[in-house]
Design a protein around this ligand. Structure first.
Ligand code: GLN
Length: 317
């Protein structure tokens, strides 16, 4: 499916213009660094599975990847543990609860339900095969860079801010350990998970990361095969549909129909398999934890380009 390049740039520019003035939402404040980011920043980008890049606004500003990191670590852990084992150990269902819910973990016998909530993401990190924390971290950072097509880096400022306030996640990690669903030292998994959230990307990087998923694991800019086994891609996209926007995932699927993933740094990503990825960044979040402008901009671009995974009629033409 080919989309006219002028139509993509028009959709990106229009979405940026239409939502620049939206002033709803608030920056995340439970991580002190995130509260300090300029709330007026707003970037939008599309990268196609063929490697064309379209952007508007602050699309080259570096922001914290946060929860969006979960999908890339999921690819590593699925590769190392195998699809079936990964599914058995981490689960794949929507939780219906906030991304940091302790209740959800307890209700399920101290086990995670999805790799895209904090509990499941820490269990995911613990399943990445490595000799200790540093090797595990190196694998995660290298994978993020390969998806983005450029080596991105840890922000010490963001990481310090998170590591000094992540007591809630540490509690979740110990709960998983007590339930036998943590596969490395729990504090090591929490530490590495916190680091993977504290790396910086631009909106263009994020769209490239999504386009790599859209292109079945081949980075369309570098042509590197980033996901060794293309069979890992459908479960990644399925899980994004189930839990990518937390308790708003169903609403997003109903209205937009594209696998998506958000982060409390203000990043927002949606993927149209085989075609392209749409990314946006803007720090103010809705109460669920999704970027207000990001959600609206990505949804608007998807609609303008007639992209909805469930709309079979359009893709058979
Ligand atoms: N680092 C954040 C946390 O663990 C990421 C959460 C998110 O982006 N939803 O709470």
């Amino acid at each position: 499916m080919k989309i006219d390049k002028a139509a993509i740039q028009e959709a990106v520019s229009t979405a940026h213009r239409d939502h620049s003035g939206d002033d709803g939402g608030k920056n995340a404040s439970y991580i002190p660094y995130l509260a300090s980011v300029d709330p007026s920043l707003f970037g939008v980008a599309v990268v196609t599975a063929d490697g064309d890049v379209f952007e508007a606004g602050d699309a080259r500003f570096e922001f914290a990847l946060e929860s969006i990191s979960k999908i890339f670590s999921m690819a590593l852990a699925m590769e190392d543990a195998g699809l079936n084992d990964f599914h058995d150990k981490v689960g794949a269902d929507p939780t219906g609860d906030p991304f940091n819910s302790v209740v959800s973990v307890v209700l399920h016998g101290d086990s995670p339900v999805s790799p895209l909530v904090n509990a499941g993401a820490m269990a995911t990190v613990s399943l990445i095969r490595a000799d200790g924390a540093e090797q595990r971290w190196d694998k995660i950072l290298a994978a993020q860079g390969a998806f983005a097509g450029r080596r991105n880096a840890l922000s010490d400022v963001v990481n310090d801010s998170e590591q000094s306030t992540n007591f809630h996640n540490r509690a979740i990690a110990w709960l998983l350990y007590s339930g036998g669903t943590m596969y490395s030292d729990p504090m090591e998994a929490c530490d590495v998970y916190t680091r993977q959230c504290s790396t910086l990307v631009t909106t263009v990087d994020l769209a490239t990361m999504g386009a790599t998923i859209a292109a079945r694991g081949i980075n369309p800019l570098t042509r590197e095969r980033v996901i060794s086994n293309p069979a890992l891609v459908p479960p990644m996209l399925a899980e994004m549909t189930m839990e990518g926007l937390y308790t708003a995932s169903g609403d997003w699927a109903y209205r937009v129909g594209l696998p998506g993933k958000s982060g409390v740094g203000g990043g927002m990503l949606a993927v149209m398999p085989g075609v392209l990825a749409i990314a946006a960044f803007s720090p103010p979040l809705d109460p669920v934890g999704n970027s207000v402008r990001g959600r609206k901009a990505v949804a608007q671009i998807a609609e303008a380009l007639n992209l909805n995974l469930y709309n079979a009629r359009d893709y058979s033409e």
